[in-house]
Structures are given as structure tokens and as C-alpha cells.
Design a protein around this ligand. Structure first.
Ligand SMILES: CC(C)(COP(=O)(O)OP(=O)(O)OC[C@H]1O[C@@H](n2cnc3c(N)ncnc32)[C@H](O)[C@@H]1OP(=O)(O)O)[C@@H](O)C(=O)NCCC(=O)NCCS
Length: 207
């Protein structure tokens, strides 16, 4: 399943990731209920925060994200997910703003939205989005996906694909709404395998 199990050969990225990381900054996101969240690119320093984020997801959210049960992220998976060049593998995170007086050093991630360019075609990327349970249904994923799609367009990505369980109506609806707002086409494909029914939604960012 998409991004769930890093291939062994990909765990150690060739070259130094920090040579190519763009200095993108992102404005805060205001949720439908007015709460404001910080947004920035995921960095290698976020391994612990990403581990804690995953630990706090419900089993259902983990299953919908990975299409399988990944109870805990392993050190290799944490390294794989956080050591990214932000061009061919891009990840945006939303965080609770830290209180000025807080002594807690590890930021609290509430959403991760990412894409990986597919090796066979640098104009096509695969999307994954997850929002922690307490923040679902408040408009966060919609804004994260919109923002990531803008990055993708800037980086010359023409098509973004997302794989999802057939019954995952929330992400279907989210992608269709974002595409409609951007005035771009969506193509849906249904796949079935022995374990579950999975759909693929492709958002065509440009021809
Ligand atoms: C799918 C997911 C990312 C949506 O995040 P979210 O922040 O709740 O999404 P939003 O609040 O922006 O809402 C997106 C859409 O889902 C709908 N929605 C949100 N919560 C819902 C709920 N509990 N029941 C039904 N629909 C819901 C919203 O109405 C919205 O639809 P609309 O665009 O037609 O208005 C989130 O539920 C999640 O993390 N799920 C587990 C991981 C996953 O499924 N990832 C996708 C595969 S990679």
C-alpha cells in the first residue's frame, strides 16, 4: 500500500537531503471553527513528533491511511517518512501552536499531507493525507490538500493519484471538492483485490 512499507533500498536516501530542501514557508490554517494551526514542511527533526502523531491515531484512521494495521511506526519507517527532499517527496504538517511559556519541545502534529513522485514519471505523484481523529471534520484536510496541490503545480506535477478504500467517502468527497474549486478534472478507477476494494482517484492538475 502507498507509503506504508518503505522498500528497504529506499530507507537510506542517496545524497544529502538538506542540499535540496526548498525554503517554503506556509501561512497558518484557520479551521471551520476558528482554531488556528501552524503549517510547515516536515523535517528530519520531526521523527519523535511523527511517532507520537501516529500513536494517537485511532485504529480506524490508521487502517484507512495504510489499508492495513500498522500499530506503531518503526525507526526505519520514521526515517523514511521524515528524510525527504521536498521536491520528489513532499510533506506538509499542521501543528498545534506552542504556548510561549511551554517547556514541551516536541511539537504536536495534527495532520500530515504528502506526495511522492512516482519513479517512472516525474509529472505524476501519489498523495496521502491523514488528520488526527480529534481534528477530523473541521476542514483541515481540505486546506492541507489544496496547499499541497499548489506546491505540486509549482513543481511541475501534472497528476496526483490517491489510493483509498472504496467505502472511504470522506476522502473521495474531499478530492472532488478540491478539484472542483481548482477547476480541474478528476478520474476515478476502481480496483478490487482479495483483501479489500480500493479506489484510485486521479486529480489532473494540468494537461
Ligand atoms: C479523510 C480525512 C483525511 C479527512 O480529513 P478531515 O480534516 O476530516 O476532512 P475535512 O474536514 O476537510 O472534510 C473533508 C470531507 O469529508 C467530509 N467529512 C468529514 N468528516 C466526516 C464524517 N465524520 N462523516 C462524513 N463525512 C465527513 C466533509 O464533509 C468533507 O466533505 P465535503 O468536501 O463534501 O464537505 C480524515 O478523515 C482522515 O485522516 N482519515 C484517515 C486517513 C485516510 O482515510 N486518508 C485517505 C487515504 S490516504
Amino acid at each position: 500500500m502507498l507509503l506504508s512499507q518503505p522498500p528497504v533500498e529506499d530507507i537510506h536516501m542517496p545524497g544529502a537531503w538538506y542540499d535540496v530542501v526548498p525554503s517554503r514557508t506556509s501561512d497558518p490554517i484557520t479551521l471551520d471553527d476558528g482554531e488556528v494551526l501552524d503549517v510547515r514542511l516536515l523535517s528530519p527533526e520531526d521523527e519523535k513528533a511523527l511517532y507520537l502523531f501516529h500513536e494517537n491515531l485511532s485504529d480506524r484512521t490508521k487502517f484507512e491511511r495504510f489499508h492495513g494495521v500498522i500499530l506503531h511506526l518503526s525507526p526505519a519507517q520514521l526515517h523514511y517518512f521524515t528524510h525527504i527532499d521536498q521536491h520528489t517527496r513532499v510533506a506538509l504538517i499542521a501543528l498545534k501552536p506552542s504556548e510561549p511559556s511551554s517547556t514541551v519541545k516536541t511539537p504536536t502534529i495534527v495532520s500530515v499531507c504528502r506526495y511522492d513522485v512516482i519513479p517512472s514519471d516525474p509529472t505524476v505523484a501519489e498523495l496521502a493525507i491523514v488528520v488526527t481523529d480529534a481534528y477530523q471534520g473541521r476542514g483541515l484536510a481540505t486546506q492541507m490538500v489544496e496547499r499541497l496541490f499548489e506546491y505540486a503545480k509549482q513543481d511541475g506535477i501534472k497528476e496526483i493519484r490517491a489510493a483509498m478504500l472504496h467505502e472511504n467517502v470522506r476522502v473521495h468527497s474531499l478530492l472532488k471538492d478540491v478539484a472542483a474549486r481548482m477547476g480541474v478534472e478528476v478520474v476515478e478507477t476502481r480496483h478490487a483485490n482479495a483483501d479489500y476494494e480500493e479506489d484510485e482517484v486521479s486529480v489532473i492538475l494540468s494537461a
